[in-house]
Design a protein around this ligand. Structure first.
Ligand SMILES: NC(=O)c1ccc[n+]([C@@H]2O[C@H](COP(=O)([O-])OP(=O)(O)OC[C@H]3O[C@@H](n4cnc5c(N)ncnc54)[C@H](OP(=O)(O)O)[C@@H]3O)[C@@H](O)[C@H]2O)c1
Length: 257
């Protein structure tokens, strides 16, 4: 299990105030890492921080808008000053806005692209120099199965989301090609459907959709809480030391049927 052990590592998780990011932050701590938690809702981050401290690891909650350069720069400086280094960067913060190109406003298009793509550019820009200096880094970008498959049903069209997640995939490849020589691996994860603030009031609330989804998915169900963590831990640990630029889909197999 030493391969998966994160003792002594420092991880930064964006979007750690809810859903998949919060669960991944807890999983990092359970694997031995200290964790810096970033998002806008500081009260929610403080709650996650208390949970991490309860299991004996250190945590730091930093309010940050990942779309804003000054906010990201400031948060990265705070984390580096506090922990002295960052070994793992989980770029997880993201939003989805429903709509085809005809339906989406320009503002909503920009919001999705800024939250899902610009954020990764900014976080990586300010954290990768110290990874390069120390010749160690694991960057995991949360993309989506929607980077490679789209929905035909009109009510499910999310064109900005598709574009943003495919861009995450492209950025992952570029970073992976440039920085592996410095001991840094960069991979992306493509979750299928998991219940969270993003999906509970929309997809999970749509009975007809859930019926169709469960019928189509080889496992007969959406992902359950915690089922993304194994992949994130693998890509964040030395177990994946020679895995670089991969897109690991965790969707129960729905994208292949
Ligand atoms: N759930 C799924 O089925 C699914 C499937 C595929 C991919 N994903 C991806 O998984 C990631 C996590 O999603 P989730 O399902 O866990 O959704 P969620 O519960 O809505 O969490 C989204 C997180 O992103 C943060 N965030 C949003 N905008 C931000 C901003 N401008 N600055 C800082 N933080 C921001 C939110 O924190 P604050 O509001 O506190 O800032 C929140 O912690 C996203 O990238 C999403 O696209 C999810």
């Amino acid at each position: 299990m030493k391969l998966f052990d994160l003792t002594g590592r420092v991880a930064v998780v964006t979007g750690a105030s809810s859903g998949l990011g919060r669960d991944a932050a807890m999983a990092y701590a359970q694997a031995g890492a200290d964790v810096a938690l970033l998002a806008r809702r500081i009260d929610r981050l403080e709650e996650v921080k208390r949970g991490i401290e309860k299991i004996g690891r250190k945590a730091l909650a930093v309010a940050c808008d990942v779309t804003d350069e000054e906010s990201v720069k400031n948060a990265c400086n705070i984390v580096l000053e506090h922990f002295g280094k960052v070994d793992i960067l989980l770029n997880n913060a993201g939003i989805a806005i429903r709509g085809s190109v005809e339906e989406l406003s320009v503002e909503d298009w920009d919001k999705v692209m800024n939250t899902n793509v610009r954020s990764i550019f900014l976080m990586t820009k300010y954290l990768i120099p110290q990874m390069r200096e120390r010749k160690y880094g694991k960057i995991v970008n949360i993309a989506s199965v929607n980077a490679i498959v789209a929905d035909k049903v009109p009510i499910l069209a999310r064109h900005s989301y598709n574009a943003s997640k495919a861009a995450v995939r492209g950025l992952t490849m570029g970073l992976a090609a440039s920085y592996a020589i410095d001991g840094i691996t960069v991979n992306s994860v493509g979750p299928g459907l998991f219940e969270s603030e993003m999906t509970s009031g929309t997809l999970f609330a749509n009975e007809a959709f859930m019926h169709m989804y469960n019928n189509m998915n080889p496992t007969g169900r959406p992902g359950e809480r915690g089922e993304l963590n194994g992949t994130i831990l693998f890509l964040s640990s030395d177990a994946s030391s020679y895995v670089n630029s991969q897109h690991v889909i965790v969707d129960g197999g729905i994208s292949i049927v």
